[in-house]
Design a protein around this ligand. Structure first.
Ligand SMILES: [Zn+2]
Length: 102
């Protein structure tokens, strides 16, 4: 396991991990609930992170990350009516609770 990506937003980590897993790259999100302890730990530890299981996936994952970031400007974030979390504009389901955002 190694750290691949540090997200700026919680949904960034989920978006990246989802896309990678769909492509057959084993990715995990860590520290996704760490926002409540920001201030107690260094910022780079508190940020949500995507870790990959296999070093051999790194190159393909980096290519995917660039394309994910390229279409990250998908419009206004959409706020979930159920839990209040914001998801990227191109999400159909809330990343947090799975509710349909349409
Ligand atoms: Zn939700």
């Amino acid at each position: 396991m190694f750290r691949f990506y540090i997200a700026r937003q919680r949904y960034d980590a989920y978006l990246v991990a989802d896309r990678l897993n769909q492509a057959g790259i084993r990715a995990h999100v860590f520290n996704q609930h760490a926002s409540s302890i920001v201030g107690d730990v260094p910022p780079d530890v508190a940020q949500p992170q995507v870790w990959l299981e296999r070093e051999c996936d790194r190159e393909r994952a980096e290519t995917m990350l660039r394309s994910i970031e390229a279409d990250a400007d998908a419009g206004e974030p959409r706020r979930c009516a159920a839990c209040g979390e914001e998801s990227p504009g191109n999400f159909d389901l809330c990343w947090n609770c799975g509710r349909n955002l349409g």
